[in-house]
Design a protein. Structure first.
Length: 201
C-alpha cells in the first residue's frame, strides 16, 4: 500500500498496530478522522494521551481508576468480605456487567503462563494473599477463563490461600472450555457467578 503523504502513512501504521486492525481498516479510520472537525480529533488525541498520563491503578484491587481507590473499592455498599479474582480489568467489567456480584474485585494483571515467561511473581498474587491475611474476607471467587493458564493460576492461588479460613470457589463452567471470559454473554457469565462451586486443592 503506497501513500502520497508520510503523515497519512504514519497515522495508518499507528492505527494498524492495534489488535485486529489491518492496514485497510486503519486507512478507513484515517479517512474518517480527516473528515471530522479538528476539535473532535483533538479530543480523541487528548483522551488517548490521558490513558498514559492520568489513569492510575487502584491501590486496593489493581483496577484502572481515576483516583487512588476505584469506584468499587470506595463504595461502602459493596460486600468487602467477598473478593472476585480476575485476570484483567476487561474481565472485571464483564463480571460487573452481569449485575450478579456485589462484592469487590482483585485484578491479577495476567495469568500464570510459563511458556510465555509469566510467573506468579509477575502477577498481583502476593497482594491478594495480603488482603486475605489482613482479615475480614470470607470468600475468594476465582473467575478465570477456562484455559490451561486459567486452571494453573487457579490451582496456584488455591494452594496459597488454603491455610486461611476462607472459602475458595470458582465460577461454574457455563463458560466453554478454552473460552475467554470477556467474550462470554452476560447471562451465561451471570449464571456462572451465581452457581459458583467451591474449589479444593
Amino acid at each position: 500500500m503506497e501513500f502520497n503523504s508520510s503523515i497519512v502513512e504514519k497515522a495508518v501504521d499507528a492505527l494498524a498496530s492495534f489488535p485486529g486492525v489491518g492496514k485497510r481498516t486503519a486507512l478507513r479510520m484515517v479517512m474518517y478522522l480527516l473528515k471530522r472537525p479538528g476539535n473532535e480529533v483533538a479530543g480523541l488525541a487528548d483522551a488517548l494521551l490521558k490513558l498514559k498520563t492520568e489513569l492510575q491503578l487502584c491501590t486496593m484491587c489493581g483496577n484502572v481508576s481515576d483516583a487512588p481507590l476505584c469506584s468499587i473499592c470506595s463504595n461502602a455498599r459493596r460486600n468487602t468480605a467477598s473478593i472476585c479474582v480476575v485476570e484483567d480489568f476487561s474481565d472485571q467489567m464483564a463480571v460487573e456487567g452481569t449485575g450478579q456480584f456485589q462484592g469487590v474485585y482483585h485484578i491479577l494483571g495476567g495469568l500464570i503462563a510459563p511458556i510465555d515467561g509469566v510467573g506468579p511473581d509477575q502477577l498481583s498474587i502476593a497482594n491478594l494473599v495480603q488482603r486475605v491475611s489482613d482479615g475480614g474476607v470470607t470468600e475468594v471467587i476465582l473467575a478465570f477463563s477456562a484455559t490451561v493458564e486459567g486452571d494453573t493460576t487457579m490451582f496456584y492461588i488455591a494452594k496459597k490461600l488454603r491455610d486461611f479460613p476462607v472459602k475458595i470457589s470458582c465460577i461454574a463452567r457455563g463458560i466453554a472450555i478454552g473460552g475467554e471470559l470477556e467474550y462470554a454473554d452476560e447471562i451465561t457469565l451471570g449464571r456462572s457467578i451465581m452457581n459458583r462451586t467451591e474449589y479444593r486443592v
